[in-house]
Write a protein that binds this ligand. Structure first.
Ligand SMILES: NC(=O)c1ccc[n+]([C@@H]2O[C@H](COP(=O)([O-])OP(=O)(O)OC[C@H]3O[C@@H](n4cnc5c(N)ncnc54)[C@H](OP(=O)(O)O)[C@@H]3O)[C@@H](O)[C@H]2O)c1
Length: 290
């Protein structure tokens, strides 16, 4: 019988989690994934090295069962009104279960005093982890390149995507690089008590992003700048809850000020390779937008 995994992945069925489980599996590393429904996570069950455990951030007993015997844990929830409480609950359970190291997926510019609600809750949880006595590594990625997938319909039908960012630059990151950083931190050494600011290799305006996407898909795609109010209405109309829609509008106000334009070396520092460029992302995902 193979020994029980020492690594726990939460959010394993999501965007980053899916890439992270692939990354670990390809390296031959066994891990446990905490999922809300084993039935719904059937695909993950077939990934070599994966052990599935049912657990819910809203149910501490199930979190503690999932954490039994775990030494390093990757903490990721989606951004909802419950995220701060869910993550705080997880930190408390991890500490009780004797976890040695928490790798938290945070966000670029996390700050308890930020006007952006997502940045405030991430900072609160970072502080809880710091004060817990467990070793920590905080991954603070910038805006995900894969977020463009949310505009698939308008890109295919109208050759357009939207944002309330004007001509501000932003150093977006490919989630495959975030997953690689998480994989290295969860399996390597020397990453304790570190904060990795994760960006792509260049800072681009959304008009430049549209040009690069146009080159990759072979037709003209246009970026359309919209007002924060229009952005909020669009998000509500496609089903985002009010709290999240308002949070995304706050995110874009922060991007529009150029506060997410810096390029940093976090990916290279943690993995020793360069992050993927937007051109690379666009070539890999061209089929998705065609
Ligand atoms: N989007 C960006 O550009 C950006 C930039 C920087 C940072 N971030 C941060 O990235 C994080 C989101 O990452 P992502 O896009 O990979 O997330 P995601 O795709 O939304 O995945 C969320 C994961 O959490 C799981 N989950 C949700 N509720 C749960 C519960 N009650 N108990 C257990 N598991 C639960 C989901 O499982 P199910 O399959 O059961 O639903 C899923 O695996 C957020 O913290 C956000 O602040 C995002």
């Amino acid at each position: 019988m193979s020994p029980s995994p020492k690594i726990l992945i939460t959010g394993a069925t999501g965007n980053i989690g899916t890439e992270l489980t692939k990354y670990l599996s390809e390296k031959g590393i066994a891990f446990r994934a905490m999922v809300r429904s084993v039935e719904k996570a059937k695909d993950l069950a077939t990934v070599p090295g994966a052990e599935l455990f049912e657990g819910d951030f809203n149910n501490p007993e199930t979190i503690e069962r999932a954490l039994n015997g775990i030494e390093r844990a990757f903490l990721l929830t989606n951004s909802s009104e419950e995220a701060e409480q869910q993550q705080a609950r997880f930190v408390e359970s991890a500490n009780r279960a004797g976890v040695k190291h928490i790798v938290k997926l945070s966000q670029w510019a996390a700050d308890a005093n930020s006007p952006v609600r997502f940045l405030r809750y991430h900072a609160v949880v970072e502080n809880l982890i710091k004060n817990s006595g467990m070793a920590y590594t905080f991954l603070r990625p910038n805006l995900f390149m894969q977020g463009l997938q949310g505009f698939r319909d308008t890109i295919i039908k109208q050759n357009q995507f939207f944002g309330a960012i004007g001509d501000a630059r932003i150093s977006m990151i490919d989630i495959r690089d975030i997953a690689a950083v998480a994989g290295e931190v969860l399996t390597g050494s020397g990453h304790e008590q570190k904060i990795y600011n994760l960006t792509g290799p260049e800072s681009l305006t959304h008009t430049e992003i549209a040009e690069k996407l146009s080159n990759a898909v072979g037709r003209k795609i246009q970026f359309v700048d919209i007002s924060p109010d229009t952005l909020k209405n669009v998000l509500l109309s496609v089903g985002f809850p009010e709290w999240q829609a308002e949070g995304l509008v706050e995110d874009y106000a922060h991007y529009k000020l150029g506060e997410a334009s810096e390029v940093q070396s976090g990916v290279k520092d943690a993995t020793s390779f360069e992050p993927r460029s937007f051109d690379w992302f666009a070539m890999d995902y061209a089929g998705f937008f065609s």
